[in-house]
Design a protein around this ligand. Sequence first.
Ligand SMILES: O=C(CO)[C@@H](O)[C@H](O)COP(=O)(O)O
Length: 216
Amino acid sequence: MIAPSILNADNMHLSRDIKAAIESGIDRFHIDIMDGYFVPNLSYGPELVKDFKRSFPLTEAEIHLMSNNLKITLPLFVEAGCDLLEFHYEATDNPSYWLKYLKDHNVRRGMAINPSTPVQKVRPFLKDLDQVLLMTVKPGFGGQKFEEKSVERLVELKNMIKAENLNLPIEVDGGIDRETLKISRDAGATIFVVGSYIFKNGSIEDQVMKLKKEDK
Ligand SMILES: O=C(CO)[C@@H](O)[C@H](O)COP(=O)(O)O
């Protein structure tokens, strides 16, 4: 599955560009929320998610919450109507509390891990997740280069999920293009977050089609 990240899309033409991706067969968007503390950047607030769901009710909104102020930020995005929310393992001392919170509010649960976090850290939470997001760049900005070491981390995560007898999708995010999609797919990822490659390279339709050819 391709989940376009709108972070590097043209904010003045967001609706037009989202429509173009939907018409190319996209049914989930990845919305990066940055709080200026967990990562040194700022992005969107909950109003964007509300507007997204009002304009595109049949399209999934996946929130990648880059914030360590979960008490304030996480409920805002749940109330805004997101379908799936991924918070960072590194952002809280009590991941189980937030996983239960999401479950109680009927929001699908994802946990994200930074490239510097050992993959084993998410093991205790796997059974309570709907997907794991393995960051393939340090979070905060679009347009970065896929970190090579992600390949062995993906294999380790895939084997860990298998050892737990779970069937949990792995998502990758950061520097994904046609080539790195293939590499991470072969290592075990099945959901691909793609920003610049889709929104900074001319025709959105063409870029989505090229990626879909590799995502089989
Ligand atoms: O979470 C992030 C960045 O923190 C990502 O979702 C990027 O926005 C993906 O952009 P590209 O690396 O594909 O340009």
